[in-house]
Structure formats: structure tokens, C-alpha cells
Design a binder for this molecule. Structure first.
Ligand SMILES: Nc1nc2c(ncn2[C@@H]2O[C@H](COP(=O)(O)OP(=O)(O)OP(=O)(O)O)[C@@H](O)[C@H]2O)c(=O)[nH]1
Length: 573
């Protein structure tokens, strides 16, 4: 019975529907050619002799080729070795019926199904309780669908070490090999080879792969897993470790998240280094010309005039230029002068010009809120500067409210909302095109109600020569004054350092219209026209509170006269 079952399994056992492709079915000779290497010549001849009389269907070399075995088993026809096993051929009426099936080529067309798994398993139970036929299809094991594998558990329980081992050779295959060693026909002797390279082995590989991970009831019983060396468990741990995000700067770490490491110290520039870097174009242009001018020349009227022209062209302004040449003449007239002599004196004189305007922005927090109105020409950096200021103030624990008064530009409103969120500030905004003065008024009221420390109002950029827009700015100031005669308490004007001389007239007009009482110069990073701040300071004498050297939140620094002067002169401070 056991022998007949094995024959049946290896001949008919399959889990795939037939694919009737005649070309894929080799003749017995061809198959035997493959098989020959495994047998002695005598055995091969004997086999051929046995196979000759059979019909083509009977000749199908199921046992010698795993692929063909799969195709053939769907037909359920007798195997090549069936002649050697009469007890199998005549075993049941059903099997006899199978024996009458048409040739394999026609089976697919007829839509016949293979011998069912249930038939195989029913007989298997008669043979060996622990034996699971290699032909058991995967779905029945629930591997693919993840359904219960209880029917398969006894098998795993028999040898779980092997099941968990890397070798794809399961226990059942060993049993098969043992059984195959019984005096079956030579073709049946091929089975172990088939198990290694054909479908059954693949099936067991699948089981081996999945069993330790997918069968939870067995987890505790599996030595490999119980010891905690399950590959899947290890993999999960490793994956978790690797998946732990490294948050970028600016994101707070929560749970197991890892904070971004601080930048390497060597990459962190001091503020003065950054300023020097930002003003490098301005200073290198200036000092290069100065060095060229004073190479092997004594200081005389001509060189002094050349120097004055040079300093004016560098946007420093007439006043500052004269200060430098006067000081230089008083110290070195008629003597040899080096470029270093000139830049040292220049830095000292510029410092004297800037020192009176380098003031901190004074906040009168008794106002609740202290209102800061930010004005300026388009694109000078108003919104960005507001964001940077809000970051500093809220970072210091002050309650900040922002007002999106640039109702001309949708992007400006969105931009300010982002800054508000980022700096944890409150924000008052309205629709595009809304009345900016009305919004400013509303924001002021809200800030009073909320007891904000500081209210910063953004405004639309406008060219100083656009009278109607400047009138609107005037209206904003007037409206705010209705709620507090001193408001706005600070009117900040942003100046773009790259604009050069035009900034002088910008300050003049905005000062007259909106009462600008403080300046912030932006975009001092990379400009060759940084000298304009000296000219503005000398002319308007308005406080310069901060300077911007980049678009980032930290790229706003309090204005320091000495730093700025030395950075422009390109010398250490
Ligand atoms: N490099 C550099 N760019 C800056 C600086 N400040 C602002 N910017 C950039 O300048 C551009 C204009 O800035 P905004 O803040 O939108 O200027 P605005 O004055 O509000 O513009 P309008 O609303 O059109 O008047 C943006 O791309 C900013 O990122 C700075 O200090 N350095």
C-alpha cells in the first residue's frame, strides 16, 4: 500500500492545472537520456524495454522530470512505471477510470482536473501518518493566504530545528528518501533527485521559510525562535533601529526620535566671520583698489583725491569719504602709505560714523502691545525680517502677534502664516485685497485683547515714488493712532543692501510718510554695495537695529558698528 501510494504521488501528485503544450512533453527516449546518467547501462536498457510497449500517454516520463511530472499529473494517467505496479493500476475503480483518460495533449482542452489533493491525502493517511505528500498544494497549507496551517503542524513539530535551519531539505524529504530506497523501479529511485531540484523540494523550501515566522501557536515551541535567534525577529529589530529618523534641525524630537546632531564646530562661523563673508565682495573690491592705489606711492593731494573718489564709488558716501581722507592726511601726508594703513584708518572712521546708529530696538512692553509697523520697498525683506524678529521675541518668552497687512500679495499672507506657525506667534490675516488699514486696526484690537507683548504688522511693498500707495501707508499709521496715540511705537524700514544709492531716497520718503524711526538692512550677504549703510547712517542718523545676512531664521543679527566697519575694510576686529 505504501509503495503504491508513493507511485501514485510521484506520478499524479501535482498542484497545478494542466497546461497542454505538446511540445513540452518529451518522448521517453529523451527523458531516459536525462535519466541515464543515474543508472547503469543495464538498468537503462531494462527501463527502456519496459517503457517501449506503452502508449504515448503511458510513456510520459513523469518520474524523471519534475516539470513534466507536474504537467502529467493533471491528466491523472498512469505513469511510465505503472506497468511495474499492477496493484496500483488496478487499485480502485476511479483509478481505472483515470487510466482511460485521453492523451495528455487533449486533457487541457477537455477541462479535466488533476487528481485531487484529497485523494492523495486520504491514501497518505493509510501509508504514514507523519508523511505529508510532496504534492500537497500550497494553498492547502495556507502559506500564501496566511490561513491556518494546523493540518501541517504535526509535520513541523516533528523536526522544527530542521524546519528553521537554512537547509531547504525538510524532514519529510528524508523520509521520502528512505522510502525510495525500497525496491522500487529505477524511475522511482529518481525521486530524491526530483525532491531536491523539482517541485516538492520547492514546496518544502517554502514551508521552511515561512514556518518559523507565520505560525504563531508554534512560536514558543520552535527552538530557534524560543532562543530569540529567529531571523525574522532579528530583522525586525534591525529594521526598527535603522528606521529611527534623524530629525533635521528645527524639529523637536519626540519619543525615540533622535535629535539632529549639532554641526561640527569647524563649520560654525562666528557672527563676525559670517559678516565678513557676507561683505567679502564689498571689502575685496574696496581693499583691492586701495592697495593698487597706494603701491609705492607717497600720500599727496592726488592720491588723496583718488582715494576719496574710490570711497564714494564704494557707496560709503561723501561725508565718510572725507572723514577717511582727512584723517589719513593728518597722520601720513608726504609719507609712504600702504594699503593696510588706509584700511585701518577707514575702519576706524566708519566705526565712528556707525556707532551712534547701532542701537538696540527698544520695546516698551507697558504698551501691551508694543506695535511695530514694518514698511519698505517691494522685496526688501519685510516679511522675512518679521519672521526672524518674531523668532527672537517669542524665543525670549514674549507673546507675539503678527498681522498680515500685505494684502496685495497672496504669497505674502501665506508666508507670514508659516512664520507665525514656526515662531508660535498669533496671526491676524484677511483676504487678498482687503483694506490694509482695517486689518491693522483689527490686529491691534486683537493684540490688546490677548495682551500680546508685541504686535508686528507687515505691509505691502511699495515704491517710494507711488504716491497713492504711500498715502495708504499714511492711513495705516493714522488708524493705529486711533487706538493709541503713540502707535505705531516703532516704524521699521527694511532696506535691501543690493540696491545701493536708491536706498538713500527710500529712507527719506518713507521717513516722511510713515515716520520711520529705525532701519534694518537685509541681504548684506554677498553684496558688493554694503557700503551704502554707512552713507545712510551718516545722512539720516536713524538707528540701525539689525542686519540680515541670509534667508534663514537665524540670519538676523543686532547691528554692531565696529564689526560692520572692520568687515567692510576686510580686516580683523
Ligand atoms: N540673501 C538674503 N535674502 C533675503 C534676506 N532677507 C530677505 N531675503 C529674501 O528676499 C526675498 C524677499 O523677501 P520678502 O520678505 O518677501 O520681502 P518683502 O519686502 O516682504 O516683499 P514684498 O511683500 O513683495 O514687498 C525673499 O526671497 C527673502 O527670502 C537676507 O537677509 N538675505
Amino acid at each position: 500500500m505504501a509503495l503504491s501510494f508513493l507511485k501514485k504521488v510521484f506520478t499524479f501528485g501535482k498542484d497545478k492545472p494542466i497546461e497542454a503544450e505538446p511540445a513540452a512533453v518529451p518522448a521517453a527516449d529523451a527523458v531516459l537520456d536525462v535519466a541515464e546518467s543515474a543508472f547503469t547501462p543495464e538498468e537503462t536498457r531494462a527501463i527502456k524495454a519496459e517503457l517501449e510497449p506503452h502508449s504515448r500517454t503511458e510513456d510520459l516520463p513523469v518520474a524523471t522530470d519534475p516539470v513534466l511530472a507536474e504537467e502529467m499529473d493533471t491528466g491523472g494517467g498512469p505513469s511510465a512505471d505503472s506497468a511495474d505496479a499492477p496493484e496500483f493500476a488496478a487499485e480502485t475503480a476511479e483509478e481505472q477510470e483515470h487510466a482511460l483518460l485521453p492523451p495528455t495533449e487533449q486533457i487541457g482542452d477537455l477541462g479535466l482536473i488533476p487528481l485531487s489533493l484529497l485523494e492523495v491525502e486520504a491514501e497518505a493517511s493509510e501509508v504514514e501518518e507523519s508523511f505529508v505528500p510532496p504534492s500537497v498544494p500550497e494553498p492547502a497549507l495556507g502559506l500564501a493566504e496566511g490561513t491556518t496551517r494546523e493540518g501541517h503542524l504535526p509535520l513541523k513539530g516533528e523536526d522544527q530545528t530542521e524546519a528553521a535551519a537554512p537547509s531547504p531539505q525538510p524532514t519529510t524529504i528524508d523520509e521520502t528518501q528512505e522510502l525510495s530506497a525500497s525496491p522500487l523501479s529505477p524511475l522511482e529511485g529518481e525521486m530524491p533527485g526530483r525532491a531536491e531540484g523539482g517541485q516538492p523540494a520547492t514546496l518544502f523550501e517554502d514551508r521552511t521559510e515561512i514556518a518559523p515566522q507565520a505560525i504563531s501557536p508554534l512560536e514558543g515551541e520552535m527552538p530557534g525562535r524560543a532562543e530569540g535567534d529567529s531571523p525574522s525577529a532579528d530583522t525586525t529589530d534591525a529594521a526598527e533601529t535603522q528606521a529611527t529618523p534623524i530629525l533635521p534641525k528645527g524639529f523637536a524630537a519626540g519619543g525615540a526620535a533622535v535629535e539632529a546632531q549639532p554641526e561640527a564646530p569647524k563649520q560654525k562661523l562666528t557672527w563676525f566671520q559670517r559678516l565678513r563673508q557676507g561683505l567679502a565682495r564689498t571689502s575685496s573690491q574696496l581693499t583691492g583698489q586701495i592697495t593698487a592705489l597706494f603701491t609705492k606711492r607717497k600720500l599727496d593731494d592726488e592720491t588723496l583725491q583718488d582715494l576719496e573718489d574710490l570711497l564714494i564709488q564704494a557707496d560709503l558716501g561723501v561725508e565718510t569719504a572725507l572723514r577717511v581722507t582727512d584723517t589719513l592726511a593728518s597722520e601720513r601726508y608726504g609719507k609712504d602709505v600702504t594699503g593696510e594703513d588706509v584700511t585701518r584708518i577707514m575702519a576706524a572712521e566708519i566705526t565712528k560714523v556707525l556707532a551712534p546708529v547701532a542701537k538696540p530696538l527698544q520695546l516698551d512692553l507697558s504698551h501691551k502691545p508694543h506695535v511695530i509697523l514694518v514698511v519698505g520697498v517691494n522685496g526688501t525683506g519685510k516679511t522675512t525680517t518679521i519672521g526672524k524678529l518674531a523668532a527672537k521675541l517669542s524665543g525670549a518668552g514674549l507673546k507675539v502677534m503678527l498681522a498680515a497687512g500685505d494684502t496685495f500679495r497672496a504669497a505674502a499672507i501665506e508666508q507670514l502664516k508659516i512664520w507665525a506657525e514656526r515662531t508660535k506667534s498669533d496671526i491676524v490675516s484677511s483676504k487678498l485685497g482687503a483694506d490694509a488699514a482695517g486689518l491693522a486696526y483689527e490686529a491691534f484690537e486683537q493684540a490688546k485683547l490677548k495682551k500680546s507683548d508685541v504686535l508686528i504688522i507687515d505691509t505691502a511693498g511699495r515704491l517710494q515714488n507711488r504716491a497713492e500707495l504711500m498715502a495708504e501707508l499714511e492711513k495705516i499709521v493714522r488708524v493705529l493712532g486711533k487706538l493709541d496715540p503713540d502707535a505705531p511705537h516703532t516704524v521699521l524700514q527694511t532696506l535691501d543692501a543690493t540696491t545701493g544709492q536708491n536706498a538713500l531716497s527710500q529712507v527719506e520718503i518713507f521717513r516722511n510718510v510713515a515716520g520711520v524711526n529705525g532701519l534694518i538692512m537685509t541681504k548684506l550677504d554677498g553684496t558688493a554695495r554694503g557700503g551704502i549703510l554707512v552713507a545712510i547712517s551718516a545722512k539720516h542718523k536713524l538707528p540701525v537695529y539689525f542686519i540680515g545676512v541670509g534667508e534663514g531664521v537665524d540670519d538676523l543679527e543686532p547691528f554692531e558698528a565696529g564689526d560692520f566697519a572692520h568687515a567692510i575694510a576686510g580686516i580683523a576686529h
